[in-house]
Design a protein around this ligand. Sequence first.
Ligand code: NAI
Length: 337
Amino acid sequence: MMKAVLIPGDGIGKEIAESVKEITKALNCDIDWLEYKAGAEYYEKENKLMEDGLLEMIAETGLALKGPTATPSGKGFRSINVQLRQHFDTFANLRPLRSLEGIKSRYDDVDLVVVRENTEDLYTGIEHMEDEDTAHATKIITRKASERIIRFAFDYARINKRKKVTCVHKANIMKLTDGMFLDICNQIKDEYPDIMADSVIIDALCMKLVVDPKQFDVLVAPNLYGDIISDLCAGLVGGLGFAPSVNIGEKVRIYEAVHGSAPDIAGQNKANPTAILMALGMLLKDNGYEKEAEILNKAIEEEIREGKHTTSDIGGTATCTEYTEALIGRIKDETDR
Ligand code: NAI
């Protein structure tokens, strides 16, 4: 039996985690979900951000599926996402984004993967006030982290039979930092003659993505640009409700839904669990449950295409439970065949 950590998190987290457990059962996956509490609600009760043993258990299993977590208000708290990222050095954030039939969006054939460097760039938090009117932030790009993420993007493309990797940068202005990132990309691409490679300046990329996203396949970017284009690409496929992602380290993978804890609808059984179920699909595929992942993804695609049991965020009337039950019905039909 495979063990994996499940962190329901805050707000709608408990509702969508319930959906994860029901779907795992329906798929007959022998996964032992080890549930741990973390987030702002846990902090209110216990005065700490996460349950004891959580980090150790993620280290032991190497796998976690995480719901949304809020950060307690007030100064001095680092978000749980940042803490997990730093603790496990999850250097890559991978976000696949594909159009779903039945979801209103600008294009119906988007199929992109954003590979975002997760540990450096302008996100190291090194900032200071030079004087009362001048704030400084430090942008750090290292050869080690750049090589690691760029090689990861090409390997991902090769393993997943993708055709092209595009390096995202602003090397015309940031000649040393982004210049080095681009140079490394240009060196590494020669090791992968089977994958097409090109590069694009971040501002031009934003325009091109909006006008014609089909020209891109895998995008690899330093932290800040990666963060922004991840959300831009989510917008191209109908929003964050359909965006799963995974944070990848050498020994640990933390899968998650990208959306937040949706406090406005929490506890009302209105949450759409699709993003976390897509993240579950990624976890299954990466861990030897390819067939189950395929069945789950097919059930989601068909249910959303048909639109009879969808949740209110995408114009339906079903509750989270009803939508989950409809998916379970499809999974059972498929597995009984
Ligand atoms: P949010 O994503 O929670 O909500 C934005 C809007 O989208 C709301 O109207 C909400 O009802 C809706 N929404 C989000 N997910 C949904 C779902 N699965 N089904 C149906 N509707 C959904 O963003 P917001 O309001 O900015 O953040 C709320 C809290 O979540 C904050 O405390 C924030 O820090 C936290 N957060 C946590 C994240 C994480 O742990 N990965 C990511 C983003 C925010």
